[in-house]
Write a protein that binds this ligand. Structure first.
Ligand SMILES: Cc1ncc(COP(=O)(O)O)c(C=O)c1O
Length: 378
């Protein structure tokens, strides 16, 4: 198991400095071009990382900027344009300022509403949503998003939640009107139960990350960010099954640096990038209800191997400290998965270059506040 700060840097052979000698490619997605952050990182090329022997053998990304632009048009009436705040050097325990994209203020408390709305709206405009409605498995945030989107769009939803998920997340799903089934075991067990329900009833499955419409929906965050910030160099995102990270990477492609952050106790993207192939990993730790996927999704893999530039891991203590500083200095409640990207900067797992303009996705807020601040200290 790598130590904290362990980092994999990837360079697609097609993107080496010799292929792009004179600066960044023009930004094809409407955002102003960023100054080139410097030479491409001298990390491990895909092939050398044990992956495909040549770039010709690496499959194309399954999610494209066009799909994300279409998703954005679809979901915009239903999701919040979340704010960005900038910190000054010295704040949040960082020597440099950062921009925080406050996706924890999204409807239902996480970015997941973006993917859920996109998936359901695509179905509604196409073959239709079945009588039996929607079904999903979730550690909590995806289930809340599917329940919320279903209620706003007028469909029934049944959500299968592992018994290991926090009770407050189950209650939140139920508060949006969905039927909640608690399944003994972990996320995989809940997914198996949801699959069985789909098979028995004909309900439409909304997978949390193994679905191109869900991943394209998540990518609308980066598309929105491009409108909000004149320019930036690097985006740090937390990775679970990979849908969130893949969505952002599929939008920015080579125009920005994407850094994936995972808990050391559930690192399926880090493991896949190091091994050059998808592998099952052990899952535990404080963020496992949101980031605890046993295996990276194949859709995420198709994008990440092209466009995730660096992968780092952090400890549970790093995550707890990041939650605490968000509360102490900004009065923000972030759940462990929502504070994981910030943790990478604070603990030094990711160290920006001088002048590098960094955006951190603060992407989820669904937790019991007393796990961050004991009631007596609030
Ligand atoms: C708050 C939060 N951040 C990040 C993630 C990771 O998303 P993904 O599983 O698409 O990688 C999740 C997933 O549930 C989440 O709830």
């Amino acid at each position: 198991m790598p130590e904290t700060g362990s980092s994999v840097q990837l360079v697609d052979p097609a993107d080496t400095p010799s292929a792009t000698p004179s600066g960044p490619p023009p930004d094809p997605y409407g955002a102003p071009a960023a100054p080139w952050p410097g030479p491409a990182p001298s990390g491990v090329p895909l092939a050398a990382a044990g992956g495909a022997a040549s770039s010709a053998m690496v499959p194309e990304p399954l999610v494209t900027p066009d799909m994300i632009a279409a998703a954005r048009a679809r979901v915009s009436p239903f999701v919040r344009r979340t704010p960005i705040i900038s910190t000054r050097p010295g704040e949040l325990g960082l020597v440099h300022g950062v921009a925080l994209k406050l996706e924890l203020l999204q409807y239902t408390g996480s970015f997941k509403a973006r993917g859920a709305f996109n998936k359901i709206l695509v179905a509604a405009a196409g073959s239709g949503v079945p009588e039996a409605g929607l079904v999903a498995a979730s550690g909590g945030n995806h289930g809340a998003a599917v329940a919320y989107a279903a209620r706003r769009l007028g469909y029934r939803a049944e959500i299968f939640v592992p018994a290991s998920s926090p009770v407050m997340k189950r209650d939140r799903i139920a508060s949006f009107g969905a039927v909640v089934h608690v399944v003994e075991g972990l996320y995989d067990d809940a997914q198996a139960a949801a699959n069985a329900h789909q098979y028995e009833t004909g309900a439409m499955l909304v997978h949390p990350y193994e679905d191109v419409d869900v991943v394209a929906g998540q990518g609308t965050m980066a598309a929105e960010l491009g409108d909000q910030l004149d320019s930036y160099d690097t985006l740090l995102v937390a990775t679970g099954g990979g849908g969130f990270t893949a969505g952002q990477a599929a939008w920015v492609r080579d125009t920005r640096k994407i850094v994936s952050v995972e808990p050391i106790t559930s690192q399926c993207l880090h493991t896949a990038l190091t091994a050059g192939e998808l592998r099952d990993v052990e899952v535990s730790g404080v963020a496992s209800d949101s980031l605890g996927a046993r295996r990276l999704g194949a859709i995420a893999w198709s994008v990440a191997r092209h466009f995730v530039d660096e992968s780092v891991v952090v400890t549970d203590d790093d995550i707890r400290a990041a939650q605490r500083v968000l509360w102490d200095e900004l009065r923000l409640i972030a759940e462990p998965g929502g504070a994981t990207a910030l943790a990478a900067l604070r603990c030094g797992a990711y160290v920006p270059e001088r002048g590098e303009r960094v955006v951190v996705a603060a992407c989820g807020s669904n937790c019991d506040p007393s796990t961050i601040v004991p009631p007596s200290a609030a």
